[in-house]
Ligand binder design. Structure first.
Ligand SMILES: *[C@@H]1O[C@H](CO)[C@@H](O)[C@H](O)[C@H]1NC(C)=O
Ligand SMILES: *[C@@H]1O[C@H](CO)[C@@H](O)[C@H](O)[C@H]1NC(C)=O
Length: 682
């Protein structure tokens, strides 16, 4: 009660303070907040990607924005920040603790670099598997996955007196023609499939949003009154401010819901805005200032401020170790025939010979390209990490237990590689592909993987490690013993993979996106992707039916389903009981190692709700000791049991007979892979 009162009081005080500041400003000062001052203009020899100058007269510090969603990108001083695992890796952890750790460490680095807005996290729900930016997004292909994880990132990052930024609002689901295309998507699909992670960020108090390059229903995102005013600031209750993506402003869009143009003020400038209604100008300035006041960004002590600088080197061993922990927990073990993994703690003590294939072993890709890129201070390679471990020495120690045949992996080398494979006790194939902002992937194939199956045939044990910005085709799956996927795993990935293959970390990551068996297995037609007429119109005719929901609806099998991922132990679903909207699930660790299970609750709405597909509604990550049992309780909220009512603009509980399935993935094909229960919604 006291606490509630105190926070209500605080909210009132910060609102008053924002009002006071606004009312003390001249019109010119007010409008100076509604557009940026260019990239890299502050400090002169330094580098922030977005700036609004300080207003010394009122003691308001400069607003300093920086990329990006997987760490602080400092192009001028590469190697001074931590290249954290990507947003998609956070989705792959299915773990709120990992989301919190990521938000905490990234927030600290942004603060120490002197910035006060972190341009992340990325929250878009993955629609097409080839989207070049899927790696940046922490929702994977499911709104509930993103919505469950994102509050932990926002709360931890903003505790460092900086703002987080929810992006890219909205339906920026492809990079192809992103600056001209229109995502044509109906209201119900937007609210049910694409908005929930953004709503969760709002509910967690996120201070800022970034509107996207694309159009939604033929109107540019940053001048779209339906998505900005009716949806975001209206129905969804967002009280912070909306900045445009860099160059995504096309008009002085104050009245359409844009608060701030970035990075310049080509449209949102004094000449264009001075005659607009002062209430709207004041409201936008207040929306901008209040979140900074709320998180304490305008109350940094002189001592604190003295330690903050763009010139700082803010990475350190603690942050490297955090990146390692997150990366290890995001590894998804898709296959492990004959329990070839883990190799075991004593592995390197024995007289063994490991052969490594693929250039990724020596010069690893660790993050996607574009504004979300981070140049790591140190990127240990798998090759040198394994060698050092084999030698029992520090990084740099050599060992003849590990040999490398990766460069180049061409037809000429095949005979040599087969010999090496035969001589090795274990073969490791390090495969990767890359993507980035501004373009989609040409295909889901990995680079240079044509010889994997023919070489693996000669191996006693074969392990493939896949580094990918999204879904990937794994045509050699049947020919290898073990497959580990680590997405865009960040600077510490070699250590993290080592932790997993030795068994120091029991893998508990699950796929946040379905891995198709073939290119475009979902059969996107041109009208859906990349769009008709030079991709001007991209129409979301599939509604909810993308990702695992598509495979369910069409009874097709992908290569690996959303939610799949093995452990070094096994888990059983013992039973489930339903009481009202609460479902209790009994789980048992039926194997020999401690491990974390991720029970998932999928719900099929009553028929009359016109939402026929299984939808993830809840999940949990629970550590269980070998042989032990535990009970997980899922409490479905009314919102979980609701559909978007387009007539009344609210989520309406949909009553009737629903069905729930508790499982360890969206793959319902195997016998005993789920428990099904009826649930009556009243
Ligand atoms: C920043 O600090 C890290 C950790 O101490 C160090 O490894 C790295 O070399 C430093 N970066 C630069 C550019 O000096
Ligand atoms: C895209 O759709 C809009 C609205 O239906 C239409 O006016 C426009 O001509 C379409 N664009 C193209 C290139 O067909």
């Amino acid at each position: 009660m006291k606490l509630l009162l105190a926070s209500a009081l605080l909210a009132a005080v910060t609102a008053d303070r924002a009002d006071d500041l606004v009312s003390s400003m001249t019109l010119e000062e007010k409008i100076s907040y509604l557009g940026g001052r260019g990239m890299g203009t502050y400090p002169e020899d330094g580098w922030y990607v977005g700036t609004v100058y300080a207003l010394d007269r009122l003691d308001i510090p400069a607003l300093l924005y920086n990329d990006g969603p997987q760490g602080f990108r400092d192009d001028a001083r590469p190697g001074t920040t931590t290249a954290f695992p990507s947003g998609l890796n956070i989705a792959a952890t299915w773990d709120t603790e990992m989301a919190a750790l990521w938000g905490d460490k990234m927030g600290k680095e942004f603060f120490d670099k002197g910035a006060n807005v972190m341009l992340g996290p990325g929250l878009n729900v993955a629609r097409v598997p080839v989207n070049g930016r899927n790696f940046e997004y922490m929702s994977g292909e499911d709104p509930v996955l993103g919505a469950t994880l994102v509050p932990h990132v926002i709360e931890k990052a903003q505790a460092h007196k900086i703002l987080a930024n929810a992006k890219h609002w909205v339906n920026n689901n492809q990079e192809t023609n992103r600056g001209s295309m229109s995502s044509n998507v109906d209201e119900r699909t937007r609210y049910e499939m694409y908005y929930p992670p953004f709503q969760a960020a709002i509910d967690a108090g996120v201070g800022s949003f970034m509107c996207s390059y694309n159009k939604i229903n033929h109107v540019y995102s940053c001048e779209n009154p339906e998505t900005l005013l009716t949806d975001l600031k209206g129905n969804m209750g967002f009280e912070g401010y909306v900045m445009s993506d860099w160059g995504a402003t096309h008009s002085p869009s104050l009245m359409e819901g844009l608060d701030q143009e970035m990075a310049d003020s080509d449209f949102m400038n004094f000449d264009n805005l001075k005659d607009m209604p002062i209430e709207n100008i004041d409201a936008s300035v207040k929306r901008i200032l209040k979140p900074f006041i709320d998180v304490g960004a305008f109350d940094i002590t002189e001592n604190e401020q003295a330690d903050r600088s763009i010139y700082n080197n803010v990475t350190n061993d603690e942050h490297f170790q955090a990146a390692r922990t997150i990366a290890a927990n995001s590894h998804v073990l898709l296959k492990n025939d004959n329990d070839v993994l883990p190799l075991g703690a004593d592995f390197w003590n024995s007289d063994i010979n490991v052969a490594m294939f693929g250039t990724q072993a020596a010069s690893p890709a660790i993050g996607g390209q574009g504004s979300g890129r981070v140049d790591a201070a140190w990127t240990p390679s798998p090759l040198d990490t394994f060698k050092a471990r084999a030698a029992g020495g520090d990084y740099g120690a050599d060992s003849d237990k590990v040999s490398y045949y990766g460069d180049p992996m061409s037809d000429d080398d095949i005979a040599e590689m087969k010999d090496a494979a035969e001589a090795a006790d274990v073969c490791f194939f390090w495969l990767s592909t890359m993507s980035g902002e501004g373009g989609d992937r040409d295909s889901l194939s990995l680079d240079n993987d044509v010889h994997v199956a023919s070489v693996a045939e000669h191996c006693k044990k074969s392990v493939v490690v896949v580094t990918t910005p999204g879904a990937a085709l794994l045509p050699w799956s049947d020919a290898v013993d073990a497959i580990l996927v680590n997405f865009m795993p960040g600077c510490a990935s070699a250590f993290a993979t080592m932790d997993v293959v030795l068994g120091d970390v029991n893998p508990s990551g699950k796929l946040p996106i379905t891995f198709p068996a073939t290119e475009n297995q979902e059969g996107f037609t041109e009208i859906q992707y990349p769009g008709l007429d030079d991709a001007e119109n991209v129409t979301y005719t599939e509604g909810w039916s993308f990702g695992y929901r598509f495979y369910h609806q069409h009874q097709e099998n992908p290569n690996f389903f959303f939610g799949e991922g093995l452990s070094y132990t096994t888990f059983d679903l013992i039973k489930a009981t339903v009481s009202g909207q609460s479902i209790k699930v009994g789980l048992k660790n039926s194997g020999k190692a401690t491990g974390s299970a991720v029970p998932q609750l999928y719900l099929q709405m009553p028929e009359e709700c016109d939402e026929p597909l299984w939808m993830l509604k809840k999940f949990a990550k629970v550590s269980i000791d070998a042989g032990e049992e535990t009970i997980v309780e899922f409490d479905l909220t009314d919102r979980d049991l609701s559909i978007w009512d387009v007539d009344n603009d609210v989520f309406e509980k949909c009553t009737g007979d629903a069905t729930v399935r508790i499982s360890f993935s969206a793959n319902f094909n195997d016998d005993g892979s789920y428990i099904e229960k009826e649930l009556t919604i009243v």
